[in-house]
Design a protein around this ligand. Structure first.
Ligand SMILES: Nc1ncnc2c1ncn2[C@@H]1O[C@H](COP(=O)(O)OP(=O)(O)OP(=O)(O)O)[C@@H](O)[C@H]1O
Ligand SMILES: O=P(O)(O)OC[C@@]1(O)O[C@H](CO)[C@@H](O)[C@@H]1O
Length: 307
């Protein structure tokens, strides 16, 4: 079984505005309220790909109820831990020139809620896959993902998508795959990554620190897959960017689905790219039809290492 974990879910309030006027009254052209948080997005895409999975995490209040009802409507299995306080609302605003985000804080996560999570994760068995996605609430240690990996039974494959300290700590748990974007990778080393060569050099430093493989996503420029044996670049299909929220999660979902079904790592990467781009080209997360169409357009090349 595939499990996803979102420690800090959200309702994503996605608004489109003609031209944002700071300090003025702005009217929306269109708006959507969607269940969000990275692991929850991964679960939604997995379900769109007809891949059974269960989504775990902390949820609370009226916003948490909205998320549960939305997932129920889509027949997505969830097994959340209820916490006091409201799950956050994240605003994603797009106007004619830019996309901006205002992300809220997580409610407080108690020791009892963490213990409950540990019990649930203790039920995973060899052959399961666990996707650990998103930011860590302030009330939890940034080492939480590493601690989860340390406690997992042998044979559970972990895919980790987070950033900053949680990522650096998490890498010590030797996840099978991590997926920073190029900005998140650069931030870790306080550099701006401007070429594929540099991105590979810094990506490999994360392999040295413990990650087994790494995908570095680069939005419309596609992504890099870096393994100990070889590196590959995927060029993203061309299309009209409609909503990039969840594109990275869709990449993670496609990759996870591929690996779980036994595809080799490069084919799973290709499926991930098709999912990421299909989501970027749609208002909501990708569907299987869109993914199948784009899969034919994804081009992957192996990068020959410079001596
Ligand atoms: N403008 C675009 N055109 C084509 N494909 C895109 C575009 N933006 C994103 N993608 C696809 O989605 C993948 C992930 O995108 P990105 O690097 O933006 O992830 P991210 O930063 O983790 O996103 P998020 O946090 O919003 O989910 C890319 O590797 C690419 O396949
Ligand atoms: O604050 P985090 O956990 O890093 O990211 C949260 C978030 O931006 O990630 C998803 C898109 O990837 C959205 O659904 C959600 O609002």
């Amino acid at each position: 079984m595939i499990y996803t974990l979102t420690l800090n879910p959200s309702i994503d309030y996605i608004i489109n505005i003609e031209k944002f006027v700071p300090g003025g009254i702005n009217l929306t052209k269109s708006e959507y309220k969607l269940p969000g948080g990275k692991g929850i997005n991964v679960s939604q895409v997995l379900s769109n790909l007809h891949t059974p999975n269960t989504t775990l995490g902390f949820i609370g209040g009226f916003t948490g109820e909205f998320i549960k009802k939305s997932l129920d409507k889509k027949n997505i299995n969830h097994d959340f831990i209820e916490v006091r306080g409201d799950t956050r609302i994240n605003i994603k605003m797009k106007d004619s020139s830019s996309e901006s985000e205002i992300n809220g804080n997580s409610p407080e996560i108690s020791e009892a809620a963490l213990k409950n999570l540990k019990e649930k994760l203790g039920l995973l068995i060899s052959g399961d896959t666990l996707v650990l996605s998103g930011s860590v609430p302030k009330s939890i240690s940034p080492a939480v993902y590493k601690n989860i990996m340390t406690d997992l039974p042998e044979g559970v494959k972990v895919i980790l998508d987070t950033k900053g300290e949680a990522l650096l700590e998490g890498i010590k748990g030797r996840p099978y795959m991590i997926k920073p974007n190029n900005h998140e990778l650069g931030d870790i080393f306080h550099v701006k990554l401007e070429s594929l060569e540099d991105t590979i050099i810094y990506g490999k430093k994360l392999l040295d620190l413990g990650a087994q493989n790494i995908i570095v996503s680069m939005a419309g420029d596609g992504a890099l897959l870096i393994t100990p044996a070889a590196s590959y670049v995927a060029r993203a299909p061309k299309g009209k960017l409609v909503n990039s929220v969840g594109a990275g999660d869709s990449l993670v979902a496609g990759f996870t689905c591929g690996v779980y079904k036994g595809l080799d790592i490069v084919k799973a990467f290709k499926l991930g790219i098709a999912c990421g781009s299909a989501s970027a080209f749609s208002e909501n997360l990708c569907t299987e039809i869109e993914v199948d169409r784009l899969l034919k357009e994804v081009k992957i090349e192996q990068i020959i290492d410079q001596p």
